[in-house]
Design a binder for this molecule. Structure first.
Ligand code: CO
Length: 136
């Protein structure tokens, strides 16, 4: 079951420049920066109440974020929903014929488990599921 929006991913060529805009114009300062080598991105997080904006910058030519910027330019990249049980949710979505990018969950930041659904199956919205650690 979906609980809430966890974060909104934003593709940008420069998370520092875009992050400064989030801080100065929206009043949403960055609380964390991370490099995720496995996904070839540098990430900056800007909380807004209990939802975070996840600014994504490519660290490699082959990064999916680099390809997204080349095809579509900067802007919203994905929406992530927190789910209580990601295995059950993937099973349910598969039974409905939803195309999955990740057939099984992979490790995300902070002990989370994540999986992406294919935008061809989600009306164009690249969708991420996030299960936070702890009791279900
Ligand atoms: Co994300």
């Amino acid at each position: 079951m979906i609980r809430k929006i966890d974060h909104v991913g934003i593709a940008t060529a420069d998370i520092d420049e875009t992050g400064t805009w989030f801080d100065r114009v929206l009043g949403l300062p960055r609380d964390e920066v991370d490099v995720v080598e496995s996904q070839r991105v540098r990430v900056g997080f800007h909380p807004c109440s209990d939802v975070r904006f996840e600014l994504l910058e490519a660290t490699h030519e082959e990064s999916t974020i680099r390809r997204h910027l080349q095809k579509r330019g900067p802007g919203v990249h994905h929406v992530a929903f927190e789910v209580d049980d990601i295995d059950a949710e993937l099973k349910r979505l598969r039974s409905l014929g939803v195309r999955l990018i990740d057939e099984s969950p992979r490790p995300g930041a902070h002990g989370t488990r994540i999986a992406f659904l294919h935008p061809k199956s989600t009306h164009g919205m690249l969708t991420e599921l996030v299960e936070r650690p702890g009791p279900k």
